[in-house]
Design a binder for this molecule. Structure first.
Ligand code: HXC
Length: 508
């Protein structure tokens, strides 16, 4: 018996070496951890239970039968993060560049199927050269099997992708269908086709970094959510992040003990809004002063900065926060910000995470660039997302809520549960000057000035909306946290259902 156990240990040790010490050293030389080292950082110590360690590829072409490596380039299994169950796959770049074979795909599918059955998040650590070239269509089929499961799992269990190496071809589409993507700077790339193909087809000369590096995708394209300095930072952030999420759509949001009193007053918020309506202020200040202990996990901080999205907690329970940011483009809604916040709102709704919306929005960004690129359809995404959401929705208008953007930002009319305004709120069709120049076109400058003042006095406040019941209460800024906390307590058992349908048809 002893000998048999020793043989098993030897087999395991061989499997753990993946593509061999030389390739592990090369991985380390690039500043990257190996697939197993990453899992060790991600999961609670000793909690990882590996599956399918001895799975081998079944390819008979291109001399592949002589190159069989147990595990076939991906480490899969389950473990815990702060005691909560998660399923993980971690691609091993030392084995055929982490490329995806039929069997490699089957391993990923197996843990996705199980995660879906038991209701636990799936975390993918991606480091892959794409489809296993030697396998041809078998590998493409494998990708499609993974894609199919990404779609079935969407809205059922949270899916988080960490991009930790080159991800080309099929390797980008699975992450693209997961809920969140974290990337590592200088060592991770995502592109459908790499720089060489780009050069051949379009004659453009571009580096990997420019085409699909972490900075590109977290600033320009918005494909990824957050960029981290190295593997360890990204994996630790993933641990923190998973703590905000429910394990599945069948489970409640996690609850964490907090010492932060629900009724903490923040006197400094009473002076957050500058005297001059055109002067910006940082909406992060309001967010941090509202959530428990100032902890806010921001997503896409470097993309479409005119809207802020992320998770915080109130009384220990997760909330999703969406907030216009007056510091960027005056907080206007545009194509990118609508897409960014729309998807976030839908995630929160799918997983029963209440949405807190802080509003200071002068409207949609005007201009040909926006119109020709489809702001109508993209802006409608956010409108649609808020309107279909049935989770508790609490809205606080701090300053401007103009035009269609007033409607969009979780207004009472889109089934906002509690719609608060600060006394500094201005709720109107548009800013006073613009409004007067339209309805009093051709009048003298003196008359325009007088009418502007009149318009401001009439509409640059929350009371007209409050008199119609569109605003439930005008609250003191310092009491914002308390109001939200009490609102969330009362809304905890909220029940609201949309009419039955196969699915809706959100303007994609
Ligand atoms: C088989 C692969 C591979 C692949 C890399 N390798 N990619 N083996 N299939 N797709 C192997 C290499 O042969 C090498 O083996 C080892 O992995 C490391 O690769 P290197 O090229 O030495 O590493 P590096 O210089 O870091 O470059 C990494 C890379 C490059 C950028 C990922 O390997 C590359 O461009 N690979 C091909 C990418 C690609 O075109 N994939 C197919 C996409 S099409 P040894 O034995 O030397 O260690 C696709 C279709 C799916 O995915 C579409 C679904 C919608």
């Amino acid at each position: 018996m002893q000998a048999i156990v020793e043989q098993l240990e030897a087999k395991r040790s061989a499997a753990r070496l993946g593509g061999g010490q030389k390739r592990i050293d090369a991985q380390h030389a690039k500043g990257k951890l190996t697939a197993r080292e990453r899992i060790d950082v991600l999961l609670d110590e000793g909690s990882f239970e590996e599956l399918d360690m001895y799975v081998e590829h079944n390819c008979v072409d291109f001399g592949m039968p002589e190159q069989v490596i147990p595990g076939d380039g991906v480490v899969t299994g389950s473990g815990t993060i702060n005691g909560r169950l998660v399923y993980v796959f971690s691609q091993d770049f030392t084995v055929f560049g982490g490329s995806l074979s039929e069997r490699h795909a089957q391993k990923i599918c197996k843990i996705m199927d199980t995660a879906l059955k038991v209701g636990a998040p799936v975390i993918g650590l991606n480091d892959s050269g794409g489809a296993r070239i030697q396998e041809g269509v078998a590998s493409l089929g494998g990708y499609a099997e993974v894609f199919q499961r990404n779609v079935l799992a969407s809205g059922v269990v949270p899916q988080l992708s960490l991009i930790m190496g080159p991800c080309a071809g099929g390797a980008v589409y699975s992450p693209a269908m997961t809920d969140f993507i974290f990337m590592v700077k200088d060592s991770s790339y995502m592109f459908v086709t790499g720089p060489d193909v780009v050069k051949t087809v379009t004659n453009e000369v571009v580096t990997q970094e420019e085409l699909g590096g972490a900075v590109t995708h977290t600033t320009k394209s918005g494909v990824a959510d957050v960029a981290f300095e190295n593997d360890i930072e990204a994996l630790w952030a993933a641990r923190t992040f998973i703590d905000y999420l429910p394990l599945s759509n069948r489970e409640d949001v996690p609850e964490r003990p907090t010492a932060d009193p629900y009724d903490r007053f923040e006197e400094s918020l009473d002076t957050l809004i500058p005297a001059n309506a055109n002067q910006p202020y940082d909406m992060h200040e309001l967010i941090r002063k509202t959530v428990d202990e100032g902890d806010f996990f921001e997503l896409q901080p470097a993309h479409a900065g005119n809207i802020i999205i992320g998770f915080g907690r109130i009384e220990g329970r997760t909330v999703g926060i969406v907030a216009n940011q007056p510091m960027v483009l005056a907080g206007c809604l545009d194509i990118n910000s609508s897409k960014k916040a729309g998807r976030f709102v839908r995630f929160c709704d799918a997983f029963d995470i209440p949405i807190i919306t802080f509003v200071d929005v002068p409207g949609f960004l005007p201009g040909t660039q926006q119109e020709l690129n489809g702001i109508i359809k993209h802006g409608a995404k956010l409108l649609f997302a808020y309107a279909e959401a049935t989770v508790p929705k609490i809205t606080v208008i701090t300053r401007k809520a103009y035009g269609g953007a007033y409607d969009v930002m979780a207004s009472k009319h889109l089934r906002g549960d509690l719609n608060y305004a600060w006394p500094t709120a201005e709720i109107a069709v548009m800013g006073a000057k613009g409004a007067v120049e339209i309805i009093f076109r051709g009048k003298t400058p003196e008359e325009i000035a007088a009418r502007t003042k009149e318009y401001e006095e009439r509409f640059a406040n929350p009371f007209v909306a409050a008199s119609k019941g569109f605003i439930d209460e005008v609250i003191a800024p310092h009491s914002t946290r308390k109001r939200i906390a009490l609102g969330l307590r009362k809304l905890r058992n909220k029940q609201l259902e949309n009419p039955w349908k196969k699915h809706d048809n959100i303007p994609l």
